[in-house]
Design a protein around this ligand. Structure first.
Ligand code: UP5
Ligand code: MG
Length: 204
């Protein structure tokens, strides 16, 4: 994608930090197309005829990172679709091409490949809070989410993979001065206000 036509913000943070919630809020404020890598993988897992369904299910349950070729292909397809068709479902109407990419890249290899072959991100929003808080949120959500990884065993594995594989990605972008760190411990509304001001700064 042409970086002069497309703006990408990566949204990172631990499992349950509130990435999806905050992206949904930012879509209301700015003309963003919100793409959650996890949601795209879950949709592909459930798509009839997908050759990756079983593989994705196993990786997600174990909290492991699905091989990057699959995820990057899904993201690229979704970006292309959004640029050509718009995303009326999210109220995304014009084609300036502003993307919030949620929960990606969570491993160094994905970060390098996306930067080199898809496009460069403008900013990384990093939502951070304690493991205790994230566990509490996910266990609560697990009562109704139907997500196969919202159980204590999977959550512990997700925390481990996050620390071992995703934190280095955040470090890497931090060294490139691309990271805006946002304390996600406060209420959804308070976190939203902070996130909103970060994006406003970027687009100023
Ligand atoms: N909540 C949110 N904010 C709150 C606040 N401020 N105060 C109180 N409660 C708050 O929020 C989680 C819950 O907390 C909700 O109930 C919310 O109301 C509440 P949410 O916004 O859903 O948090 P989020 O950070 O999006 O949590 P999520 O569980 O989606 O994070 P993960 O990063 O674990 O999940 P994701 O879907 O991104 O990935 C799932 C799996 O897919 C990965 O483990 C991996 O196996 C696979 N994957 C890949 O392999 N590759 C990828 O590139 C991406 C994913
Ligand atoms: Mg999410």
């Amino acid at each position: 994608f042409d970086n002069s036509k497309v703006t990408v913000i990566f949204v990172l943070g631990g499992p349950g930090a509130g990435k999806g919630t905050q992206c949904a809020n930012l879509v209301q404020d700015f003309d963003f197309c919100h793409l959650s890598a996890g949601d795209l993988l879950r949709a592909e897992q459930n798509r009839e005829g997908s050759q990756y369904g079983e593989m994705i299910r196993t990786f997600i349950r174990e909290g492991q990172i699905v091989p990057m070729e699959v995820t990057i292909k899904l993201l690229e397809n979704a970006m292309r679709a959004a640029l050509t068709e718009g995303r009326a479902d999210e109220g995304w109407t014009d084609s300036r091409g502003r993307f919030l990419i949620d929960g990606f890249p969570r491993k160094m290899d994905q970060a390098m490949k996306f930067d080199e072959e898809v496009c460069q991100s403008s900013l990384v929003m990093f939502f951070t809070t304690t493991e205790e808080e994230m566990l509490k949120r996910l266990m609560e959500r697990g009562k109704t989410s139907g997500r196969e990884d919202d159980n204590e065993e999977s959550i512990k594995k997700r925390f481990r993979v996050y620390k071992e594989q995703t934190m280095p990605v955040i470090e890497y972008y931090n060294n490139a001065h691309k990271v805006a760190t946002i304390d996600a411990t406060a209420t959804i509304e308070e976190v939203h206000e902070k996130a909103k001001s970060v994006v406003t700064q970027l687009f100023k």
